[in-house]
Design a binder for this molecule. Structure first.
Ligand code: PMP
Ligand code: GLN
Length: 384
């Protein structure tokens, strides 16, 4: 048998995800893990009971490929209630294996070789490799200033006949910033005479602070006609390991997305879908989350207020960026490593999300943790 002589990587520049790297390092060094974004507290017992009940009731075989119908109907009701838009449960919603799969299928369905996709940087780490897998070209645009705002004139100038898609993410990982209504209206106006699809990553839609409103793409009638909105139950309901999310889009777009979904995963775990369908009937289960996480953000920021870190309070997500230029001038990757190994606390160096991995002396800390964990973490951070 001839040996495999040459491997031609489809993603030669892509490294192991920083989330895997930092969580492993945290485990290896028994450090407090504020790196990868997941809660260290339990999901609601009611939800676990609903999954068990669904299993005991025999929902253990393939569900419909686009998702359990009752769940799709609940998603429709939630979007109508929150954003006023009516989607069709039969043709415009697909339940996916986490938002990761929703993003993957959306990009794969529409990006062809040579197509350009506008990505606002810093950006979540799956967008660009997925674009490249389809032969697309990411066009990176830097978010501006301390508050990471979008320069919409720059976006306008970047759009050409080659532009197939623009990806936005609000609330934004890793910066904790949000897009305003004005931002969305500007985007709507810029895209109005174009053939550009909007991919809107809204996995943190229910984690938004200081009485701000989430500006979903589905709220804006013209934008929603060209938008694929991606969401994550894992993020919302403290069970990232269940890997369940969904995407919504007008039928014309959803038809193509479903083709990719069918050949990628076909369908998504059945008992969890039954459980979410029941759980979503009580809107309070998601409406209470902003307050819950704002309390955690405020606790964390209050605990580190006398430290040498500087920051702007996160407006959404469960991440807080901290600037460490008052502590050291080493680069963020080195500092993050040293924090794990020497101080027992893990974070995410923000440079990995930036254009050319630019280092701005910032680390991302996940505050989806018990108060005890946040207190222990803050004690370490205050000693630096
Ligand atoms: N988009 C963003 C911005 C994220 O932070 C994450 C991580 N949850 C995802 C997508 C993927 O979500 P999921 O865990 O549901 O696949
Ligand atoms: N979204 C999570 C984060 O930003 C991690 C998801 C993952 O591990 N891929 O930390």
């Amino acid at each position: 048998m001839p040996a495999i002589s040459e491997i031609i990587s489809k993603l030669p520049g892509t490294k192991t995800s920083i989330f895997s790297v930092m969580s492993k390092m945290a485990n290896d060094h028994n450090a407090i893990n504020l790196s990868q974004g997941f809660p260290n507290f339990e999901t609601d017992q009611k939800l676990k009971d609903l999954v068990t009940e669904a299993m005991n009731n025999g929902f253990n075989q393939y569900p419909p490929d686009s998702g359990v119908h009752e769940l799709r109907e609940q998603i429709v009701s939630k979007i109508k209630l929150l954003y006023g838009k009516s989607y069709d449960a039969n043709t415009e919603i697909t339940v996916t294996s986490g938002a990761t799969e929703a993003l993957y299928t959306a990009i794969t369905a529409f990006v062809n070789k040579g197509d350009e996709v506008i990505v606002l940087k810093p950006a979540y780490d799956t967008y660009e490799p997925t674009i490249k897998l389809s032969g697309g070209i990411p066009i990176q645009i830097q978010l501006k200033g301390e508050n990471y705002t979008v320069d919409w004139d720059e976006v306008r100038s970047a759009i050409s006949s080659k532009t197939r898609m623009i990806i936005i993410n609000t609330p934004h990982n890793p910066t904790g910033t949000i897009l305003s209504e004005k931002d969305m209206l500007q985007l709507q106006e810029i895209l109005s005479d174009t053939n550009v699809i909007l991919l809107s990553d809204e996995v943190y839609e229910h984690l938004i602070f200081d009485k701000e409103q989430h500006q979903s793409a589905s709220k804006f009638s013209e934008l929603s006609e060209r938008a694929i909105v991606c969401a994550s139950f894992g993020k919302t309901f403290h069970n990232t390991g269940w890997k369940t999310g969904y995407c919504v889009a007008p039928e014309k777009l959803m038809k193509e997305i479903r083709k990719i979904h069918e050949v990628t995963v076909f369908s998504v775990n059945h008992p969890m879908q039954r459980a979410y369908a029941e759980y979503l009937k009580n809107a309070d289960n998601y409406l209470k989350l902003s307050k819950f996480y704002q309390t955690k953000r405020d606790l964390f920021l209050n605990l580190i207020k006398d430290s040498k870190f500087t920051y702007t309070a996160s407006k959404g997500t469960y991440y807080q960026l901290l600037n460490f230029s008052g502590i050291t001038d080493e680069n963020d990757v080195n500092f993050a490593e040293r924090l794990v190994k020497e101080y027992g606390i893990a974070s995410i160096p923000v440079s990995v999300f930036n254009i050319n991995e630019k280092d701005n002396s910032q680390l991302r800390f996940c505050f989806a943790k018990t108060d005890d964990t946040l207190e222990m973490a803050a004690e370490i951070l205050c000693k630096l």
